[in-house]
Structures are given as C-alpha cells and as structure tokens.
Design a protein around this ligand. Structure first.
Ligand SMILES: *Cc1c(COP(=O)(O)O)cnc(C)c1O
Length: 365
C-alpha cells in the first residue's frame, strides 16, 4: 500500500475506533470455522464508498451491516444494475492475512461494470477497500488451513429514481463473510436442454446478478432431476458445455484438462485461470477446447474421458461424477486428481510452495 492510503486508513481507524471497536471482536457463540458453511454468517461491518459523476469516488467509510441498505426505487433494485466480485483473504504460513489475486478481481469488476454502463473504482481504491474490510475483521479470519474471509465487493446504482438511465449515484459496498474450507465435494450436473444462462453478446462474461437470476430456475430443474447443480450449454445449439453458473468446468479428454473457451458467454473465472497455470507448472496439460456433450459421450465409451471438475472462489475445486441430460449422459472417472488439484490450489492460496508472488497481496501495509 502507498503511504498516503496507509495514512488515510490509520486516520480513519482512529476516528472510528470509538464505536467500531466492539464490533471487530468475534461475538460470543460465533461458530468454529468448520461450522460456518457458506453464506449464513456475515461479518458485522461493511466498507462503503459513494460515486457521483461530479465528485467521483468518496473516501471509504465503515458502517454496521444493518445500516447498508439499498433503496427499493433504484436502478440496482429495479433494473439489475449491480456487479460484484468474490475474492478471499487467507492466512499465510506466518499467520498474516493475504488477499488472493486482488488486482485481477479489480480488473474483472471494472470489466463487468463497463458492460453494464456503470462506474468502477480504480485498482487502488478497490484494493484499499478490500484491505480495510479484511483488516477490521481480522479476528474473524480462521487460522491457516481452516478457512478464509470471503469478500464480496459490489457496485450498484443506488440513486432513488425510476427512469431507466445511467444512475446519478452508485455505491461500492464490501460485504465480508468468514467461511471454512469445504471438504472436497462430488456433484452430478444436469445438462439443461431448454433454458439458457447467457447468449453471445449478452451478460454472461459479466459478474452480475442478472446471470444468477437467469440461472436459478435451471438449478431448481437440476434438483428435480436428482442432480446437484446445473451445467449450462451454449444458447444457440444446447450441445456444448459452457459453465455451471457459479463454477467453471474442466473435463479430462485424452489426459488433457480441457475447459470451454471464453467466448463472451462464460465468466472468466480466476480459479479457472489459476488452476490452468498450476496444472501446467506440475506437468499436466491444460487447454481451452469446445466440449460437445455428444462427442464427450462417444469419447467416454471409447475410454478416453478421465475426471471432471468445477472451479470457483467459493466452491474451490469440486469433483464432477456425471453430467446428465435428456439425450446424453457422460460419466467421469477421477483417479485422485480432484483431491490433488484441490490441494495444489489451497497451497497457492495459502502461500505454500511456489505461488507466484504477484498473486498474493498482504492486508497490512
Ligand atoms: C464467480 C463466478 C465463477 C467463478 O469465478 P472465480 O473467479 O473462479 O471465483 C464462475 N461462474 C460464474 C457465473 C461466476 O459468477
């Protein structure tokens, strides 16, 4: 952190200390990391900044979560003008808090915001907000190896007005959620034959609520079919794998770990990118390749399909046992790769082994 922003945060903490001190402590009865799950337990404070076209971004401030409320008559609520990121802070082997690939998350948030015609903070302000959000919740960050702080920086149009246009006011909010490292899960996916998550030219590559709204019914249909989650196919032909809606997909074909190319309808997952780099460094082959379900079914019968994975910041690595649709079923055959790749990712995130130095950024200045 540059000294100016370090100074600003220090001054800020001094000013706020009087009231936020009690919040920063972990409340009595707070669960052990393993019992936190994902999504139930939110940290008590939120970091906010406001944007207006004239003033740009305001300085950061901290409020209790209960005071961070979006107006119902705003573009964020009415028109889905909202984009977000999901990144994690981990403890390194010395116990110091580190953010994983925050610059890449800042760049993706800016790209998502641009697609929706919204302003985004520069990388410096983004980093400062994530550092502050992590720092004031340091007591909530589980010990090394047992979990992380999941940060959810969100930008939304929060001007109270109903006309459909670029809003006169946006807010950046960083919500924090302490979470555990989930054990490796095995899922089966439903290849949804009818609904579409995203089409070429649409919002698929932006991390925005609209894609989730498009996807919820697909998830419900997957459950009705006895599957755990949905595998989205391309919008035009419903034959090629796209992604899982919260995770990117990998399939091992002829010993190459293949993931669908980023055609604009797929979210460019940073876990996807991290895993491809880690696999290559370990001597595996990893590449982008179209994955047609009909072809995968044929290849599987010929014994040429190995394992399959889902990847994402929240889920980390999951093992996929099968992808099933009304016309095809593809079974996968993991021989310990999911476990190994999950460990590789964990080492990189927690700063063991040869993690590239630029991926990890300390929370403290
Ligand atoms: C966030 C997200 C992912 C995973 O991206 P990571 O950067 O790996 O967390 C995959 N698909 C969608 C739709 C997402 O929103």
């Amino acid at each position: 952190m540059d000294t100016a922003s370090a100074h600003r945060i220090t001054r800020f903490l001094e000013r706020q200390e009087a009231w936020f001190e009690p919040f920063a402590a972990v409340p009595r009865g707070w669960p052990e990391p393993e019992a936190l799950g994902f999504g139930q337990y939110l940290a008590p404070l939120v970091v906010l900044a406001d944007h207006s076209p004239l003033q740009g971004w305001s300085p950061l401030r901290v409020v209790p979560l209960s005071e961070a409320r979006a107006p119902v008559a705003s573009g964020g609520m009415q028109y889905g003008l909202s984009v977000f990121e999901g990144l994690k802070a981990y403890r390194d082997p010395d116990g110091a808090a580190q953010l994983f690939r925050p610059h890449d998350h800042a760049a993706r948030l800016a790209a998502s915001a641009a697609r929706l015609g919204m302003p985004a903070p520069g990388a410096e302000l983004f980093l400062e907000a994530c550092r502050l959000a992590s720092r004031i919740h340091e007591a909530f960050l589980p010990p090394q190896g047992r979990g992380s702080l999941y940060l959810r920086p969100t930008i939304y149009a929060d001007e109270e007005a109903l006309g459909f246009r670029v809003a006169g006011r946006h807010q950046l909010a960083v919500v924090v959620m302490p979470c555990c490292d989930p054990p490796l899960k095995t899922l089966s996916l439903w290849a949804e034959p009818e609904l579409t998550r995203a089409a070429l030219g649409g919002l698929g590559a932006a991390k925005t609520g609209g894609n989730y709204a498009a996807g919820l019914l697909g998830m419900l249909r997957a459950r009705e079919q006895g599957c755990d989650d949905v595998a989205w196919l391309d919008a035009a032909t419903h034959t090629r794998l796209a992604e899982a809606g919260t995770m990117n997909l990998f399939v091992e074909v002829d010993r190459v770990w293949c993931t669908p190319p980023l055609d604009g309808s797929i979210l460019a997952g940073l876990t996807r990118d991290t895993l491809m780099q880690l696999l290559r460094a370990e001597g595996f082959k990893a590449e982008e390749r179209e994955l047609d379900l009909r072809e995968l079914e044929r290849l599987e019968r010929a014994g040429r399909i190995g394992g399959a994975l889902g990847t994402g910041t929240a889920a980390r690595v999951v093992r996929i046992a099968a992808i099933r649709g009304p016309r095809q079923t593809v079974q996968f055959h993991d021989v310990g790769h999911a476990e190994r790749f999950s460990a590789l990712l964990k080492d990189a995130q927690e700063g063991r082994g040869g993690t590239p130095a630029q991926w990890r950024v300390t929370v403290e200045a």
